[in-house]
Design a protein around this ligand. Structure first.
Ligand SMILES: [Mn+2]
Length: 266
């Protein structure tokens, strides 16, 4: 399985947790880390996680200046790395199928079923996400969260449709409220396959499905500004979990994986 991530040195601890959790539940993963600012020390530490699970490897790919020049839209609280998933057909043209993983995620099970999904001719597969009101903002009735994304690189190489994506991102009238994700959903309207919420479960404001999700979620995604590793957000999570007690598992579980990852690299 080819998996890609992108993050910088400042995001090392959450990224280690994601990678540790991916490797602990999966074997024969080739993880490609795309970066512009990842220290040698950070790379050394990440490499140690190859010892987790069976046959997992990590390679680092530096993203060069020309590609970065394409990111003209203001990224707000997002880093430029948020756009790196869309370079995949250019940076790694040998790949036909790729799983993108945000570095604010926790993998709980095998991702093989997700990885081998039938794209049904679509260019991407992702989980429906209504949290940014895409209907009101963009007139889109279907909209996916790009944090966990199956990429049909084989199709993208044939159609060359990523060019449309970069044209939109570079255009003056592109607002990009959610910088890379809005463009994905606009350009690839009707070309993204919907997959089950268990592959991109948000632990915020969990609803009556929380029990089901706790049992079945394959990947937890700590979306929005609330992250379990930010101490100032602890109160938010406390309030959230007072209301939906069944979801309380998601934060302790994250810290458990994080501490295992840190213990492993020491
Ligand atoms: Mn994310």
């Amino acid at each position: 399985m080819d998996v890609i991530m992108a993050f910088n040195t400042g995001f090392l601890l959450p990224a280690l947790t994601t990678i540790y959790s991916l490797f602990a539940h999966n074997g024969n993963v080739r993880l490609h880390v795309l970066y512009v600012d990842l220290s040698d020390n950070a790379q050394t530490v990440i490499k140690r996680l190859e010892g987790v699970g069976d046959g997992n490897i990590v390679e680092f790919i530096r993203v060069d200046g020309k590609l970065l020049d394409r990111i003209k839209v203001a990224t707000g609280r997002w880093r430029q790395e948020t756009f790196f998933r869309y370079y995949i057909t250019e940076i790694m043209p040998e790949l036909d199928r790729v799983l993108w993983l945000d570095a604010d995620t926790l993998v709980r099970k095998s991702v093989a079923e997700l990885y081998n999904i039938d794209f049904e001719q679509r260019s991407f597969a992702g989980v429906y996400d209504n949290s940014s009101r895409p209907q009101e903002r963009l007139g889109l009735s279907f909209y996916v969260n790009a944090g966990i994304l199956m990429i049909n690189a084989e199709k993208l190489k044939k159609t060359g449709k990523m060019n449309e994506y970069w044209q939109l991102v570079a255009s003056d009238d592109y607002k990009g409220e959610l910088p890379d994700q809005d463009a994905l959903n606009i350009v690839f309207k009707d070309d993204i396959k919907e997959i089950g919420a268990i592959y991109n479960t948000f632990p915020l404001n969990p609803d009556e499905y929380a029990e089901f999700l706790i049992e079945n979620a394959v990947i937890i995604h700590y979306v929005s500004k609330y992250k379990p590793w930010n101490t100032e957000d602890v109160q938010y999570f406390d309030e959230c979990f007072q209301k939906y007690r069944t979801a309380a598992v998601f934060v302790p579980e994250y810290w458990d994986a994080c501490s295992r990852a840190v213990t492993f690299i020491e």
